[in-house]
Write a protein that binds this ligand. Structure first.
Ligand SMILES: [Zn+2]
Length: 437
């Protein structure tokens, strides 16, 4: 090694050291801001939305973002932030996240779900660590990094922090997309939550299954418990259950055969059974009841022939001729069955895919989301929407005990958003809104 390079090395060492130290400092501050958000009790059914909005607003202030709090329903604030782009004529894009989380049984957790404890492996345990306070904070941290690097958006970036997703989003995004304010934002594409991935690649969702909640009731003549006769309520209901279970098994077989995702098949689960004649000691044992019912949670993929399923319901599952009836609590296809294109016709898709790649990540084949998220309201309103949570190599613990997220996975996710936001905010084409696709 020559004298000059030795000299340069000596000169660089403290600078490198300084850079490393400051990066570690940054990471620590980033993680502690995430912990702070996780510790705010936004657990349904009594989420402290105001505290969450106050905290997020303080973050927004530190980033000089424009901010407004909207109460479409009293007591349920929705925070809307804006990082204005230099060309207001271009449609904006929206980064959405919900502030509420589902309840927990703290006795079943190794660490309290509101403490955001970090274990020796660097895993942060908290309700919302995967679903989806991580994503909400990652958006903000990504903007912080972009600002520090001197990046200026051409297209405006909106961030919405919405209430009530976990209880159906009716007082949150459903009302938000119908508001004049929302229409005035001129948004082309939305990013919303996805699911964790157990492998190296990230999952992306372009549509959702529709929920169809059914209660099927059977009636029949009551009779002595010792008598064999046809058409009792129980016998009728069991025939239905057997038939539905055969349908369920066929769908499950398709899934087990591989090559398709969870969201590509119809799922059916019996979630309650109600029958019997109560007695002081439990149920009357020597009486066949005159009524019996079962409740089913069915989820239908967007491309599935729903009319065929409806015929099956009327002819096979709840035929009036067998004294059967049904009630529907969530009508399938209550809205338009829309999916977001994931091919060359949609520039936002290739921008997303490439941006993830540039950040050193990989997206797997786009999927239909097996359950429901707020993204369905955006799609029904005519917007393009992707479900995406940059969580790889992590077991899916959404709504489960011991939900956690690794510190490194969280930090890497911020860099993924840096890359996506940069790509979206720099995209200059005026095309790319849903109406043109
Ligand atoms: Zn969620």
């Amino acid at each position: 090694m020559g004298r000059i390079s030795t000299f340069l090395l000596l000169l660089q060492t403290p600078i490198l050291l300084l850079l490393c130290v400051s990066a570690a400092d940054d990471d620590e501050a980033i993680v502690s801001r995430f912990q702070e958000y996780l510790r705010i009790d936004t657990v349904q059914p009594k989420p402290d939305y105001y505290k969450a909005v106050d905290f997020l607003n303080s973050q927004a202030q530190s980033l000089s973002l424009e901010s407004q709090t909207i109460e479409l329903v009293k007591g349920k604030p929705l925070l809307l932030l804006k990082w204005p782009g230099s060309d207001p004529s271009l449609p904006a894009f929206l980064l959405n996240s919900h502030t509420d989380v589902v309840p927990f049984e703290d006795s079943k957790w190794t660490h309290h779900p509101l403490h955001a404890h970090i274990d020796p492996h660097g895993n942060i345990y908290a309700r919302g660590s995967q679903d989806m306070k991580c994503v909400g904070m990652q958006y903000l941290e990504a903007i912080r990094k972009l600002q520090a690097s001197g990046f200026k958006p051409i297209r405006s970036v909106y961030l919405s922090f919405v209430p009530d997703e976990e209880i159906g989003g009716h007082d949150g995004v459903e009302k938000f997309v119908q508001s004049q304010l929302f229409k005035s934002l001129n948004i082309a594409v939305v990013l919303d939550e996805g699911l964790t991935s157990p492998s190296e690649s990230y999952r992306v969702f372009y549509g959702e299954r529709s929920p169809w909640w059914l209660v099927i009731k059977a009636k029949g003549p009551p009779g002595h418990g010792a008598k064999l006769y046809d058409n009792s309520a129980m016998e009728n209901l069991l025939k239905t259950i057997e038939s539905i279970r055969r349908f369920r098994a066929a769908q499950f077989d398709l899934l087990k055969a591989g090559g398709i995702g969870e969201g590509d098949v119809v799922s059916v689960n019996i979630n309650f059974l109600k029958a019997g004649t109560p007695s002081p000691t439990g149920f009357v044992m020597n009486l066949q009841p005159s009524e019996a019912e079962a409740g089913f949670d069915i989820r239908i993929p967007p491309n599935y022939d729903s009319e065929a399923l409806e015929r099956r319901l009327v002819e096979e599952w709840a035929p009036a001729g067998r004294n059967m009836s049904f009630e529907q609590f969530k009508q399938k296809f209550s809205g338009k069955q829309v999916v977001t294109a994931t091919d060359d016709s949609n520039p936002w898709w290739s921008l997303l895919e490439n941006a993830v790649k540039e950040a050193g990540g990989r997206t797997s084949k786009p999927e239909i989301f097996p359950a429901s998220t707020d993204a369905r309201y955006f799609r029904q309103a005519g917007l393009l929407a992707f479900g995406f949570s940059p969580i790889s190599n992590t077991p899916g613990l959404l709504h489960d005990h011991n939900e956690y997220l690794g510190k490194d996975v969280y930090l890497k996710g911020i860099d993924v958003y840096v890359s996506i936001i940069k790509a979206y905010a720099s995209y200059e084409s005026k095309s790319g809104s849903r109406d043109e696709l």
